[in-house]
Design a protein around this ligand. Structure first.
Ligand SMILES: Nc1nc2c(c(=O)[nH]1)N[C@H]1C(S)=C(S)[C@@H](COP(=O)(O)O)O[C@H]1N2
Ligand SMILES: [Mo]
Length: 319
């Protein structure tokens, strides 16, 4: 067995996204051997591509160690963001008109301390963690993204939700000047999403502020978007301006538009097909159109963590 001395370890060997899978195993082995790391714990974070603004002081987490990352160019070049067009390459081309500073989020509804918080304060107040999550889109494609963000629950707690807060509703910015797709009534703007309170407070649910170690590119929902790894992609609402606690089930964009196709829960479930396509298998973006498909797992592989939230529910009915 060849044990490399720290000086022989190039940073790319530790952080190269392609050779990512073994990074923490490597770090643990190095620690066990008492080998000092070149650049401290930060060396475990993914390699920053240098396309956007790098984020400092990120917290490494154990989430998603075993997953192989989707390439940065796919994560930022193949998107859904109807405010900038309905084509998968429209957001990357058009989202540069979005102004993400200044930006603030209003939090209201069933809470004792409604208010407003700016994105700069959010970045300062909550330690930004790197978590690698598999994210599934409903049209049977998936990506593995190194998100940067923090648990949604830690933000929600500050506004002191009351006992009537059964759900949380989210809204995206409406501004047809900045969002050219909103000049047409493709969707009923603003884009809206919602979670049950216990889903919102689950530690896997995050508000993402970055990806690949950099502030979110506009096409991925800058400056702040939701990420719920056990649900289909459309739950991950982008460029959020309002979060409201509600006693009743909030209306959500796709569910309202086509209730027989998209439900409120939108949990990844290989056993419940979309009326127009199977949900049992999916392709990973970046592997190519002729690549073999992967079997979709219940709750997108997060069943151990989240299945309890739905105990006793008929998931074919509450899809
Ligand atoms: N505001 C807003 N949020 C949105 C969408 C949208 O059109 N508008 N599309 C959703 C859908 S269908 C998906 S699959 C994901 C895609 O996120 P990504 O482009 O970062 O992969 O964003 C979701 N969030
Ligand atoms: Mo989607």
């Amino acid at each position: 067995m060849l044990i490399k001395k720290p000086a022989d370890i190039r940073p790319s060997e530790i952080t190269d996204p392609v050779a990512y899978a073994g990074r923490r195993a490597f770090l643990q082995a190095a620690a066990a051997l008492g080998v000092g790391m070149v650049a401290g714990p930060a060396a475990a974070l993914v390699k920053v591509p240098g396309k956007g603004e790098a984020m400092a002081g990120l917290v490494d987490t154990p989430y998603g160690d075993e997953l192989e990352l989707t390439g940065y160019e796919h994560v930022t070049g193949y998107n859904n963001f109807y405010e900038f067009g309905t084509g998968k390459d429209d957001p990357a081309r058009n989202a540069h008109t979005l102004q993400t500073r200044p930006w603030s989020i209003v939090v209201d509804g069933e809470c004792e301390a409604p208010g407003e918080i700016g994105i700069e304060d959010i970045l300062k107040a909550f330690p930004q963690e790197e978590r690698i999550y598999r994210l599934r889109c409903v049209e049977a494609w998936a990506m593995v993204v190194p998100w940067v963000g923090f648990p949604l629950g830690s933000l929600l707690g500050r506004f002191k939700p009351t006992s009537k807060a059964n759900y949380v509703a989210f809204e995206t910015l409406v501004d047809p000047q900045q969002m050219p797709g909103q000049r047409r009534a493709v969707l009923d703007w603003p884009y809206r999403e919602g979670l049950r309170m216990d889903e919102a407070m689950h530690p896997l649910t995050i508000l993402a502020t970055g990806l690949y170690g950099e502030l979110l590119p506009n096409q991925n929902g800058a400056p702040l978007r939701l990420v719920v790894p056990w649900k289909y992609g459309f739950k991950s609402i982008k460029s959020i301006v309002r979060i409201s606690f509600s006693q009743t089930l909030p209306e959500t964009t796709w569910w309202k538009l086509a209730p027989h196709e998209y439900g409120f829960y939108a949990n990844v479930n290989p056993g419940v097909d979309h009326p127009r396509w199977s949900q049992a298998r999916h392709r990973l973006i970046g592997e190519g159109l002729f690549s073999s498909k992967h079997s979709t797992q219940m709750f997108n592989g997060y069943a151990d963590e989240v299945a309890d939230l739905y105990r006793g529910m008929d998931l074919a009915k509450f899809y």
